[in-house]
Ligand binder design. Structure first.
Ligand SMILES: CC1(C)[C@@H]2CC[C@@]1(C)[C@@H](OP(=O)([O-])OP(=O)([O-])[O-])C2
Ligand SMILES: [Mg+2]
Ligand SMILES: [Mg+2]
Ligand SMILES: [Mg+2]
Length: 533
């Protein structure tokens, strides 16, 4: 049933108010903790570079440091170790070591060819040797390594099918993903770190120095996250958008949580605060289009943003004027920083993506009000834009790269990231959205088009996400020695992390952003509010 005009999003109120956020405190800002952390970092560095450990334990340590959220302290040492393994190719061992080395090397820019797995295939090269089906440890790592595949790498496709077929026998189809969890290549680092610390501390091969560093570090980085969160909360309060537009989702804490997975490097606090503001603005404008504005108002709003001037603002209703001016003010402030620090004017580029976004919103609103049901392809061609990833990535582009000319190099990875963001969001939010009144989303479009069941539609969307990850890998993993192709490492990281964070927020098909009863909400409280014991 098409409900014209004002609808409710059915979203619960904010879980934490302004004063609660401002009163957050932790003892882990003290000098004493910093000194202890430096001491532990020194001890772990010794383990990394001096102990003559065998290849496999060294790779396992590197993998653990990343999952425990503390690899940032050892970036140079890790790259040195991986570079030497890459150059003297001493990873050709059993399935486990080869798969582990393959994944860690590719994840760090050393693009090992898929042919390293040929020795594990049968004579005809048509499949992996059946004898491997007893090597569970090796198969798990082969499964993980297969997610580093680029487009057209058949051996890795074969590896994923082979490992999945055998591992699936242990768990039935449905909870395979839940039990296996997302492959590590799809997992964000900081929001998952505490889950890994919980698991690590129970392992028999756990190293007490590594464990103590991981626990201390997660409490120290929480102190930094809390200060950044407080700043974003003061900004959000100052916009008065919640007061003037009471129907929008008041989710500044969740908007901040997003950034801890997208921008994982400690020193990029400014970018996390900036990204939180973008998330909050996109959420507000999305709700204006999705649940509140009449078609006429939305058309006025779109035209005003297309003009990007202050003149045409007066034709807007008051609630839209405030929203428009909040966006305008943010874009100008960021452009000011970019001009001051980098000497170029980002406004024409950034405003283009904000205009594209509201035009895609306008298309969805028109479809909705006309009861139009787009085909899957027609929907996706618009919805990879309407998810709001492009303004996010364009603002981050100007923070993490130094030349406007290079923008085209990133176009395909941007699209892959936004498409995964869109598909993951639809998996988590579209049932509630369509229920309260919204344009049919990926799951519904596929069901309309093929008469498939919801479960079949979800399985189809999951396969689309896998394909988009292959595009992402193809675009972001380039041989570092391919010197005519220099990409910004930081930018490639955040593009892939935006997709990862979407899959984290909407894991298990739940809305970890809009709704409160999800695993994500528990992880949010632990990461941002609770001391890790
Ligand atoms: C940050 C975001 C990913 C972006 C703004 C809020 C979101 C959580 C999501 O909100 P949603 O209403 O699900 O977007 P859409 O489905 O209406 O496009 C779109
Ligand atoms: Mg919406
Ligand atoms: Mg929307
Ligand atoms: Mg949605």
């Amino acid at each position: 049933p098409i409900q014209t005009g004002r609808r409710s999003g059915g979203y619960p109120p904010a879980l934490w108010d302004f004063d609660t956020i401002q009163s957050l405190n932790t003892e882990y800002k003290g000098e004493r903790h910093m000194r202890r952390e430096e001491d532990l970092i020194g001890q772990v560095r010794e383990m990394l570079v001096h102990e003559e450990v065998d290849l496999t334990p060294q790779l396992e340590l590197i993998d653990d440091l990343h999952k425990l959220g503390i690899s940032c302290h050892f970036e140079n040492e890790i790259l040195q170790i991986l570079k030497s393994i890459y150059l003297n190719q001493n990873y050709k061992r059993d399935l486990y070591s080869t798969s582990l080395a393959f994944r860690l090397l590719r994840q760090n820019g050393f693009i090992l060819p898929q042919e390293v797995f040929d020795c594990f295939k049968n004579e005809k090269g048509t499949d992996f040797k059946p004898s491997l089906s007893h090597d569970r440890k090796g198969l798990l790592q082969l499964y993980e390594a297969s997610f580093l595949s680029r487009q057209g790498e058949e051996t890795l496709q074969l590896a994923r099918e082979f490992a999945t077929k055998i591992l699936q026998k242990e768990v039935d189809e449905r909870d395979f993903e839940t039990k296996m969890g997302f492959p590590s290549h799809w997992r964000v680092q900081m929001p998952n770190a505490r889950l890994h610390i919980d698991a690590y501390r129970k392992r028999t091969d756990m190293n007490p120095v590594v464990l103590e560093l991981a626990i201390l570090d997660t409490n120290i980085v929480q102190a930094q996250f809390q200060e950044e969160l407080k700043e974003t909360s003061r900004w959000w309060e100052s916009t008065s958008l919640v007061q003037e537009l009471p129907f929008v989702r008041d989710r500044i804490v969740e908007c901040y949580l997003w950034t801890t997975g997208v921008i994982q490097r400690r020193e990029h606090g400014y970018e996390r605060i900036m990204l939180t503001k973008i998330n909050a603005l996109v959420t507000t404008i999305d709700d204006v289009f999705d649940i509140y504005g009449t078609l006429e108002e939305l058309q006025l709003f779109t035209t005003t943003i297309q003009r990007w001037d202050l003149e045409s603002m007066k034709q807007l209703p008051p609630y839209m004027q405030l929203c428009y001016l909040a966006l305008h003010k943010f874009v100008i402030e960021e452009a000011y920083e970019t001009l001051k620090e980098k000497g170029f004017n980002s406004i024409p580029y950034v405003t283009k993506w904000w205009v594209n976004l509201v035009e895609s919103y306008m298309k969805e609103a028109t479809w909705y009000y006309n009861g139009y049901k787009p085909s899957m392809q027609e929907y996706i061609n618009n919805a990879w834009i309407s998810i709001g990833g492009l303004p996010i990535l364009s603002h981050l582009f100007f923070r993490f790269t130094d030349s406007i000319e290079s923008m085209d190099k990133y176009r395909d990875m941007d699209r892959a990231s936004c498409t995964i963001l869109r598909l993951a969001d639809d998996m988590g939010t579209s049932l509630v959205e369509v229920e309260r009144g919204d344009v049919p989303k990926a799951i519904q479009c596929y069901m309309n088009e093929t008469n498939a069941s919801e479960e079949e539609a979800r399985e189809y969307v999951r396969r689309l996400i896998e394909k988009e990850w292959e595009k992402m890998n193809t675009e972001t993993m380039w041989d570092d020695d391919d010197d005519d192709f220099t990409l910004s490492k930081y930018y490639c990281e955040v593009v892939a992390n935006l997709a990862r964070m979407a899959q984290f927020i909407y894991q298990d098909g739940l809305d970890g952003f809009g709704m409160k009863d999800s695993k994500v909400n528990k992880l949010l409280k632990e990461l941002l509010f609770e001391r890790y014991e």
